[in-house]
Design a protein around this ligand. Structure first.
Ligand code: FE2
Length: 309
Protein backbone atom coordinates (compact mmCIF):
# COMPACT_ATOMS: atom_id res chain seq x y z
CA UNK A 1 0.00 0.00 0.00
CA UNK A 2 1.18 3.56 -0.43
CA UNK A 3 2.16 5.64 2.58
CA UNK A 4 0.22 8.67 3.83
CA UNK A 5 -3.24 7.29 3.09
CA UNK A 6 -5.07 9.02 5.93
CA UNK A 7 -5.31 12.75 6.63
CA UNK A 8 -3.74 14.04 9.84
CA UNK A 9 -7.11 15.55 10.81
CA UNK A 10 -8.85 12.18 10.52
CA UNK A 11 -6.16 10.47 12.62
CA UNK A 12 -6.37 13.19 15.24
CA UNK A 13 -10.15 12.82 15.43
CA UNK A 14 -9.97 9.02 15.71
CA UNK A 15 -7.21 9.10 18.40
CA UNK A 16 -9.16 11.68 20.43
CA UNK A 17 -12.35 9.62 20.22
CA UNK A 18 -10.53 6.41 21.23
CA UNK A 19 -8.98 8.28 24.17
CA UNK A 20 -12.31 9.52 25.49
CA UNK A 21 -11.26 13.15 25.15
CA UNK A 22 -14.83 14.37 24.72
CA UNK A 23 -16.49 11.89 27.04
CA UNK A 24 -17.00 12.61 30.73
CA UNK A 25 -15.33 10.57 33.46
CA UNK A 26 -12.12 8.59 33.43
CA UNK A 27 -8.66 9.86 34.28
CA UNK A 28 -7.69 13.11 32.56
CA UNK A 29 -3.97 12.31 32.65
CA UNK A 30 -4.48 8.88 31.07
CA UNK A 31 -6.71 10.43 28.40
CA UNK A 32 -4.12 13.07 27.53
CA UNK A 33 -1.16 10.69 27.25
CA UNK A 34 -3.17 7.98 25.45
CA UNK A 35 -4.43 10.51 22.95
CA UNK A 36 -0.93 11.76 22.08
CA UNK A 37 0.53 8.26 21.95
CA UNK A 38 -2.25 6.96 19.73
CA UNK A 39 -2.03 9.88 17.34
CA UNK A 40 1.74 9.51 16.98
CA UNK A 41 1.44 5.75 16.55
CA UNK A 42 -1.16 6.17 13.82
CA UNK A 43 1.12 8.69 12.12
CA UNK A 44 4.05 6.26 12.17
CA UNK A 45 1.90 3.43 10.81
CA UNK A 46 0.60 5.62 8.01
CA UNK A 47 3.88 7.35 7.16
CA UNK A 48 5.88 4.09 7.16
CA UNK A 49 3.11 2.08 5.55
CA UNK A 50 3.32 -0.51 8.33
CA UNK A 51 1.61 -3.65 7.03
CA UNK A 52 -0.88 -5.67 9.05
CA UNK A 53 1.69 -8.48 9.29
CA UNK A 54 4.31 -6.08 10.63
CA UNK A 55 1.86 -4.56 13.08
CA UNK A 56 0.87 -7.93 14.56
CA UNK A 57 4.48 -9.06 14.64
CA UNK A 58 5.22 -5.99 16.75
CA UNK A 59 2.32 -6.80 19.08
CA UNK A 60 3.67 -10.36 19.41
CA UNK A 61 7.12 -8.99 20.17
CA UNK A 62 5.81 -6.67 22.87
CA UNK A 63 3.77 -9.52 24.34
CA UNK A 64 6.87 -11.73 24.48
CA UNK A 65 8.88 -8.92 26.09
CA UNK A 66 6.24 -8.65 28.79
CA UNK A 67 6.11 -12.44 29.30
CA UNK A 68 9.89 -12.41 29.75
CA UNK A 69 9.61 -9.52 32.23
CA UNK A 70 12.12 -7.71 30.04
CA UNK A 71 10.87 -4.16 29.89
CA UNK A 72 13.34 -3.17 32.60
CA UNK A 73 16.08 -4.17 30.14
CA UNK A 74 14.41 -2.94 26.97
CA UNK A 75 13.83 0.56 28.35
CA UNK A 76 17.54 1.39 28.90
CA UNK A 77 18.40 -0.41 25.65
CA UNK A 78 16.34 2.05 23.64
CA UNK A 79 17.78 4.99 25.60
CA UNK A 80 14.53 5.82 27.37
CA UNK A 81 15.97 5.44 30.89
CA UNK A 82 18.82 7.78 29.96
CA UNK A 83 16.30 10.13 28.37
CA UNK A 84 14.42 10.29 31.68
CA UNK A 85 17.73 11.21 33.36
CA UNK A 86 18.33 13.97 30.84
CA UNK A 87 14.87 15.36 31.57
CA UNK A 88 15.50 15.27 35.33
CA UNK A 89 18.91 16.94 34.85
CA UNK A 90 17.26 19.74 32.93
CA UNK A 91 14.38 20.08 35.41
CA UNK A 92 16.95 20.39 38.22
CA UNK A 93 18.89 23.01 36.28
CA UNK A 94 15.71 25.03 35.86
CA UNK A 95 15.00 24.64 39.60
CA UNK A 96 18.45 26.07 40.36
CA UNK A 97 19.92 22.78 41.54
CA UNK A 98 23.49 21.99 40.56
CA UNK A 99 26.78 20.74 41.88
CA UNK A 100 25.99 17.17 42.86
CA UNK A 101 27.50 13.99 41.51
CA UNK A 102 26.04 13.21 38.10
CA UNK A 103 23.18 10.73 38.04
CA UNK A 104 22.81 7.83 35.68
CA UNK A 105 20.42 4.97 35.14
CA UNK A 106 19.38 2.48 37.81
CA UNK A 107 18.94 -0.43 35.40
CA UNK A 108 16.75 -3.45 36.09
CA UNK A 109 18.86 -5.48 38.53
CA UNK A 110 18.56 -3.78 41.92
CA UNK A 111 17.46 -5.92 44.83
CA UNK A 112 16.20 -4.07 47.91
CA UNK A 113 17.15 -4.87 51.48
CA UNK A 114 20.89 -5.61 51.16
CA UNK A 115 22.78 -6.07 54.47
CA UNK A 116 23.60 -2.77 56.16
CA UNK A 117 26.86 -2.05 57.97
CA UNK A 118 28.69 0.98 59.35
CA UNK A 119 31.68 2.50 57.62
CA UNK A 120 32.76 -0.50 55.63
CA UNK A 121 31.63 -3.82 54.25
CA UNK A 122 32.89 -6.82 52.39
CA UNK A 123 30.57 -7.36 49.46
CA UNK A 124 31.77 -10.67 48.04
CA UNK A 125 31.36 -14.02 49.76
CA UNK A 126 34.89 -15.19 48.95
CA UNK A 127 33.91 -17.65 46.23
CA UNK A 128 34.63 -15.40 43.23
CA UNK A 129 38.20 -15.87 41.96
CA UNK A 130 38.21 -12.37 40.46
CA UNK A 131 40.50 -9.49 41.31
CA UNK A 132 40.12 -8.09 44.82
CA UNK A 133 38.70 -4.57 44.59
CA UNK A 134 38.51 -1.83 47.21
CA UNK A 135 36.11 1.05 46.59
CA UNK A 136 36.69 3.99 48.91
CA UNK A 137 35.02 7.35 48.95
CA UNK A 138 33.58 10.20 50.92
CA UNK A 139 30.04 11.51 50.79
CA UNK A 140 30.02 15.30 50.91
CA UNK A 141 27.59 18.16 50.54
CA UNK A 142 27.87 20.90 47.91
CA UNK A 143 30.26 22.83 50.17
CA UNK A 144 32.60 19.92 50.71
CA UNK A 145 31.39 19.11 54.23
CA UNK A 146 31.26 15.40 55.05
CA UNK A 147 27.84 13.78 55.26
CA UNK A 148 27.95 11.33 58.15
CA UNK A 149 25.33 8.59 58.34
CA UNK A 150 24.55 8.62 54.61
CA UNK A 151 23.48 5.27 53.20
CA UNK A 152 25.60 4.12 50.27
CA UNK A 153 23.75 1.24 48.63
CA UNK A 154 26.08 -0.54 46.20
CA UNK A 155 25.42 -3.39 43.78
CA UNK A 156 27.39 -4.85 40.92
CA UNK A 157 28.03 -7.94 38.82
CA UNK A 158 30.59 -10.63 39.58
CA UNK A 159 33.70 -11.40 37.53
CA UNK A 160 31.52 -13.27 35.02
CA UNK A 161 29.09 -10.38 34.62
CA UNK A 162 26.33 -12.03 36.65
CA UNK A 163 24.19 -10.52 39.42
CA UNK A 164 23.18 -12.34 42.58
CA UNK A 165 19.46 -13.12 42.80
CA UNK A 166 19.18 -12.72 39.03
CA UNK A 167 21.61 -15.41 37.86
CA UNK A 168 20.62 -17.94 40.52
CA UNK A 169 24.27 -18.99 40.92
CA UNK A 170 25.29 -16.70 43.74
CA UNK A 171 24.35 -16.40 47.41
CA UNK A 172 21.52 -13.96 48.14
CA UNK A 173 22.85 -10.39 48.31
CA UNK A 174 26.33 -11.36 47.14
CA UNK A 175 27.91 -8.14 45.79
CA UNK A 176 25.05 -6.09 47.23
CA UNK A 177 25.62 -4.04 50.36
CA UNK A 178 24.46 -0.90 52.11
CA UNK A 179 27.15 1.02 53.97
CA UNK A 180 26.45 3.86 56.39
CA UNK A 181 29.14 6.54 56.13
CA UNK A 182 31.25 7.18 59.21
CA UNK A 183 31.66 10.48 61.09
CA UNK A 184 33.87 11.81 58.29
CA UNK A 185 31.43 10.77 55.57
CA UNK A 186 33.67 7.92 54.44
CA UNK A 187 32.72 4.48 53.19
CA UNK A 188 34.88 1.54 52.19
CA UNK A 189 33.81 -1.56 50.29
CA UNK A 190 35.92 -4.63 49.67
CA UNK A 191 34.68 -6.55 46.66
CA UNK A 192 35.69 -8.11 43.35
CA UNK A 193 36.28 -6.20 40.11
CA UNK A 194 33.04 -6.67 38.15
CA UNK A 195 32.83 -7.65 34.53
CA UNK A 196 30.54 -6.15 31.94
CA UNK A 197 27.64 -8.18 30.62
CA UNK A 198 25.28 -8.45 27.71
CA UNK A 199 21.58 -9.10 27.22
CA UNK A 200 20.73 -12.81 27.44
CA UNK A 201 21.17 -14.53 24.05
CA UNK A 202 17.50 -15.53 23.79
CA UNK A 203 16.10 -12.23 25.03
CA UNK A 204 13.70 -10.08 23.07
CA UNK A 205 15.95 -7.13 23.83
CA UNK A 206 18.93 -8.78 22.13
CA UNK A 207 16.70 -9.66 19.17
CA UNK A 208 15.76 -6.00 18.88
CA UNK A 209 19.42 -4.93 19.11
CA UNK A 210 20.31 -7.43 16.38
CA UNK A 211 17.58 -5.99 14.17
CA UNK A 212 18.93 -2.50 14.86
CA UNK A 213 22.48 -3.56 14.07
CA UNK A 214 23.59 -2.68 17.59
CA UNK A 215 25.45 -4.76 20.15
CA UNK A 216 23.73 -5.60 23.42
CA UNK A 217 26.68 -5.24 25.83
CA UNK A 218 27.36 -3.06 28.83
CA UNK A 219 30.79 -1.97 30.04
CA UNK A 220 31.70 -3.02 33.60
CA UNK A 221 30.13 -0.74 36.18
CA UNK A 222 29.18 -0.37 39.83
CA UNK A 223 25.71 0.90 40.79
CA UNK A 224 24.91 3.26 43.66
CA UNK A 225 21.93 4.68 45.46
CA UNK A 226 23.09 7.30 47.96
CA UNK A 227 20.71 8.88 50.44
CA UNK A 228 20.72 10.98 53.57
CA UNK A 229 17.90 12.91 55.25
CA UNK A 230 17.63 16.44 53.86
CA UNK A 231 19.49 15.57 50.66
CA UNK A 232 18.29 14.56 47.23
CA UNK A 233 18.71 10.84 46.68
CA UNK A 234 21.29 10.03 44.05
CA UNK A 235 21.10 7.13 41.60
CA UNK A 236 24.37 6.62 39.79
CA UNK A 237 27.10 4.24 38.58
CA UNK A 238 30.74 4.41 37.77
CA UNK A 239 32.55 2.81 34.84
CA UNK A 240 36.22 2.06 34.28
CA UNK A 241 38.65 3.75 31.92
CA UNK A 242 39.76 1.57 29.03
CA UNK A 243 36.64 -0.61 28.93
CA UNK A 244 35.92 -1.90 25.44
CA UNK A 245 32.26 -0.85 25.64
CA UNK A 246 32.76 2.36 27.63
CA UNK A 247 31.43 4.70 24.96
CA UNK A 248 28.97 2.35 23.28
CA UNK A 249 27.12 1.17 26.37
CA UNK A 250 23.98 -0.57 25.16
CA UNK A 251 22.10 1.10 28.03
CA UNK A 252 23.47 4.64 27.54
CA UNK A 253 24.64 4.69 31.17
CA UNK A 254 28.17 6.07 30.69
CA UNK A 255 28.75 9.69 31.63
CA UNK A 256 32.16 11.32 31.41
CA UNK A 257 32.03 12.48 35.04
CA UNK A 258 31.49 8.91 36.23
CA UNK A 259 34.55 7.10 34.91
CA UNK A 260 37.16 5.92 37.39
CA UNK A 261 40.64 4.57 36.82
CA UNK A 262 41.57 1.37 38.57
CA UNK A 263 44.73 1.63 40.61
CA UNK A 264 46.48 -1.75 40.45
CA UNK A 265 48.46 -2.36 43.61
CA UNK A 266 51.35 -4.83 43.59
CA UNK A 267 53.58 -3.62 46.44
CA UNK A 268 54.03 -6.27 49.12
CA UNK A 269 53.73 -3.62 51.84
CA UNK A 270 50.42 -2.30 50.47
CA UNK A 271 49.09 -5.84 50.04
CA UNK A 272 49.94 -6.61 53.65
CA UNK A 273 48.36 -3.36 54.87
CA UNK A 274 45.18 -4.09 52.94
CA UNK A 275 44.88 -7.46 54.64
CA UNK A 276 44.89 -9.48 51.44
CA UNK A 277 47.32 -12.03 50.03
CA UNK A 278 47.61 -11.00 46.40
CA UNK A 279 47.80 -7.89 44.21
CA UNK A 280 44.54 -6.00 44.16
CA UNK A 281 42.73 -3.08 42.51
CA UNK A 282 41.31 0.02 44.10
CA UNK A 283 39.28 3.02 43.05
CA UNK A 284 38.16 6.21 44.72
CA UNK A 285 34.59 7.36 44.23
CA UNK A 286 33.60 10.45 46.19
CA UNK A 287 29.95 11.46 46.08
CA UNK A 288 28.45 14.92 46.37
CA UNK A 289 24.82 15.09 47.48
CA UNK A 290 22.77 18.23 47.02
CA UNK A 291 20.27 19.47 49.56
CA UNK A 292 16.59 18.85 48.97
CA UNK A 293 14.74 21.87 47.67
CA UNK A 294 11.03 22.50 48.09
CA UNK A 295 9.20 22.14 44.80
CA UNK A 296 12.09 20.46 42.97
CA UNK A 297 11.26 17.29 41.01
CA UNK A 298 11.68 14.13 43.09
CA UNK A 299 14.75 11.95 42.62
CA UNK A 300 13.28 8.97 44.45
CA UNK A 301 11.67 6.87 41.76
CA UNK A 302 8.69 4.73 42.68
CA UNK A 303 9.28 1.49 40.81
CA UNK A 304 8.94 -2.15 41.67
CA UNK A 305 11.98 -3.69 43.36
CA UNK A 306 12.39 -7.29 44.32
CA UNK A 307 13.64 -8.33 47.76
CA UNK A 308 15.78 -11.46 48.07
CA UNK A 309 14.27 -14.09 50.34
FE1 FE2 B 1 24.29 -3.27 36.08
Amino acid sequence: MPADLISKADMKKLAAEASGISTPGGNARVKEVTNRLLYRLMQVIDECDVSMDEFWAAIGFITQTAKNNEFGLMVPGVALEHFLDLRLDEAERLAGISGGTMRTIEGPLYVAGAPLSKGEARMDDGTDPGEVFFIAGQVKDENGNPVAGAIVDIWHANSKGGYSFIDGEQAPYNLRRRIETDAKGNYLARSIVPNGYGCPPESATRALMNALGRHAERPAHVHFFVSSPGFRQLTTQFNFTGDKYLYTDFAFGTRDELIVTLDRVTSAEEIRKAGVNRPFARAKFDIVLVREKVGAPATIVQREHVIAA
